[in-house]
Design a protein around this ligand. Structure first.
Ligand SMILES: [Zn+2]
Length: 379
């Protein structure tokens, strides 16, 4: 194995206080005990999943390529670059009064607020590390996740938009244009909403076609939610049919994501990564395997080398299979590192993929975007 060089390291930002966010047990993510089940399961967004992500980076074959950094809590003032004061006050009040279910499945319990501040602060530190030139690639290993958190609304296990805060920090720190690629299986509605009117931030989300799920998530994630005003065309939604796997995602990357980023020419790239688009995730209906994540990682690294001088922030979101999410994180980062030979083989992926439907949908999205999105007209 080739030894890592200083410019091929991933700087990981982590703080163990994030494990103190306890989302409880129940029927899946409801927190409910119906009274007739002997075994209540942990909420899918539990500390175990992140403990395995942590340990696989510490003790897995990728460990020589990792440089560890201590995370830190965000200041309340820092949150206001993305969130409203009223919303932040609501969270502080929920914490002060002993906790609250802010929306379906989204529990702010004792310890949760401190964890959320650590997730936001650690992601900001990771971005600052890149902006200050201390490293090219940083990964914020954080929970609670953030990509559903909107400026004034919690949603889908998320309180603070960790990636959104980092994007704003990049813009405030002199970046001209930031591209955000979200491969979590759910729509990255938080960053989309936060930058919906901006042409400085290109948000691209690949997700399953789950649609709106209520008042906390009014966005549909459909192809016609393109942004507004100056931001028109700078929110590209790629809802992929259920069952889309490595080949379908590869096709979408090649035909939709790469051409859009080529046209946009960002000087900072953000990969919002959720391993809930894997074939074994309880919250997702997509079929990515470890190899699919590896390939996405490679493609993203190629784009960041070409456009953003190698600068890439990776932010952790969902991923709820306690074993496979960690394995898929490992291979996504292998792809980002561009290691010649796979470092870790897949112990469980053996389900076939039918890409015939997903490629048709992707072709239709491509046609639509070329017709409607000004900056993609002759892409
Ligand atoms: Zn998700």
């Amino acid at each position: 194995m080739a030894l890592p060089s200083s410019n091929n390291l991933i700087h990981v930002f982590w703080h163990e206080g994030m494990l103190k966010h306890d989302t409880g047990k129940g029927v899946f993510d409801t927190g409910m005990d119906p009274g007739f089940l002997d075994v209540l399961e942990k909420h899918p967004e539990n500390a175990d999943r992140v403990k395995n992500m942590l340990s696989i980076l510490k003790r897995g074959p990728i460990s020589p390529f990792i440089s560890w950094h201590q995370g830190r809590p965000a200041l309340i003032s820092e949150l206001l670059s993305f969130h409203t004061q009223e919303y932040v006050n609501e969270l502080i009040e929920a914490d002060r009064t002993g906790g609250k279910e802010l929306c379906g499945g989204t529990f702010l319990n004792p310890g949760s607020w401190d964890a959320a501040l650590l997730a936001a602060g650690s992601t900001l530190s990771a971005m600052k590390h890149i902006i200050d030139g201390h490293g090219k690639i940083a990964y914020a290993l954080v929970r609670p996740p953030g990509h559903h958190a909107q400026p004034a609304q919690a949603d889908g296990y998320c309180f603070l938009n960790n990636a959104g805060l980092a994007v704003q920090l990049a813009l405030d720190g002199g970046c001209r244009k930031v591209a955000v690629l979200d491969i979590d299986v759910h729509y990255g509605n938080g960053a989309a909403e936060g930058f919906y009117h901006s042409d400085k931030v290109l948000t691209i989300s690949l997700h399953m076609n789950h649609g709106s799920w209520g008042p906390s998530h009014p966005q549909g994630g459909t192809i016609d939610e393109l942004g507004e005003g100056e931001g028109f065309g700078y929110n590209l939604n790629i809802p992929l049919p259920n069952g889309t796997g490595d080949k379908g995602y590869g096709y979408a990357m090649q035909h939709l994501v790469v051409p859009a980023i080529e046209k946009f020419e960002p000087d900072m790239m953000v990969l919002v990564v959720g391993q809930d688009s894997s074939a074994f995730d309880p919250n997702g209906r997509q079929c990515l395997t470890m190899e699919g994540y590896r390939e996405i990682g490679r493609t993203v690294r190629g784009m960041s080398n070409k456009y953003s001088n190698g600068r890439l922030l990776i932010v952790q979101e969902g991923g709820y299979h306690v074993t496979y999410a960690a394995y898929c994180l490992h291979t996504a980062l292998e792809g980002v590192l561009n290691v010649a030979e796979p470092l870790l083989s897949d112990p469980i992926a053996y389900y076939p993929e039918d890409e015939s439907f997903s490629t048709k949908v992707i072709e239709a999205i491509k046609k639509y975007q070329k017709e409607v999105v000004p900056f993609l007209k002759d892409a």
